[in-house]
Design a binder for this molecule. Structure first.
Ligand SMILES: Nc1ncnc2c1ncn2[C@@H]1O[C@H](COP(=O)(O)OP(=O)(O)O)[C@@H](O)[C@H]1O
Ligand SMILES: [Mg+2]
Length: 264
């Protein structure tokens, strides 16, 4: 197994080095890559092109990037490998003031695989907040749900307004934590993010379509409108008419997809 030599100093990333050293992280990677679970690690559900594990005591995630296709190798030469892109894109978000996982250590594995350890970011997926933490029918939580959707809209609007487009903006890739005054959002799974100024309407549309992938029972019309108003308030480039068109089209696109998946 070959390790990346230009390793990220673990202490700089804020992890307590008495808890785990960088070397120990790389040793864990060897076991995890070999389908073994070192003490304290649990497997986390992930897409087919990744293996993810979590150590709740250390608050660290392990993600192994599996090659998606033979084209991946060529793409890696031009754009950097999947793990490199994930690392760089999270760094770009952090630098611009958006919460994203801090990179702790990374390396290469046999079979064109790579791994990346990140610090766990706080919170639960936006999907979980929408469906169960702040459910639609709970009158008691109504104000809180409204606040949540408004603040989520501002967060995504600020992201787009800064020119960032997330590569896979499903609601499970945004984590939310209830701070004292506001919700705090973090973006994970940043491998396929891009940055353009001004942000192309087509790419914002795709991001918003993914956010709309909830049934009307989970996310009502006024919920969606509340989100959109806050989102638009952050993007100067878009006229009210353009914003409205994006809102309608992203909703209809999501409904067509939900229908095709048999979820409507
Ligand atoms: N740094 C992190 N902080 C918190 N949760 C994480 C972190 N990295 C991964 N996760 C959890 O692991 C899951 C899978 O990771 P993700 O990077 O989204 O993989 P995939 O590409 O398979 O979707 C996420 O949905 C999230 O629950
Ligand atoms: Mg994901």
């Amino acid at each position: 197994m070959r390790f990346h030599l230009e390793l990220n100093p673990v202490e700089d990333a804020g992890i307590n080095s008495q808890q785990i050293s960088e070397e120990e992280l790389h040793n864990c990677a060897q076991l995890l890559a070999d389908q073994q679970l070192p003490a304290g690690w649990q497997v986390v559900a992930s897409s087919g092109f990744a293996h993810v594990a979590h150590n709740s005591e250390l608050q660290v995630f392990y993600k192994e990037f599996l090659p998606r296709s033979p084209v991946e190798k060529i793409k890696a030469l031009i754009k950097g490998s999947r793990a490199t892109r994930a690392r760089k894109h999270s760094e770009a978000l952090l630098k611009a003031g958006f919460n994203a996982p801090q990179n702790l250590a990374w390396g290469q594995l046999p079979g064109a695989r790579e791994y990346l350890f990140t610090r766990a970011v706080a919170g639960a997926g936006v999907s979980t907040w929408i469906k169960s933490k702040l459910p639609r029918q709970e009158a008691v939580e109504l104000q809180e749900r409204r606040k949540f959707l408004r603040e989520l809209g501002v967060f995504i609007g600020r992201l787009h307004g800064t020119g960032f487009i997330h590569g896979d903006l499903r609601t499970s890739n945004i984590l939310a934590h209830r701070g004292i005054e506001h919700f705090e959002f973090s973006l994970i799974d940043n491998e396929r993010n891009v940055q353009y100024r001004p942000p192309p309407g087509k790419l914002m549309l795709k991001n918003l379509m993914q956010l709309n992938m909830h049934t009307p029972a989970e996310l009502g019309r006024s919920d969606r409108l509340r989100f959109f108003h806050s989102w638009h308030s952050q993007i100067r480039e878009l006229s009210p008419l353009e914003a409205k068109l994006i809102a309608i089209e992203s909703y209809q696109w999501a409904m067509r997809r939900l229908h095709a998946k048999g979820k409507l």
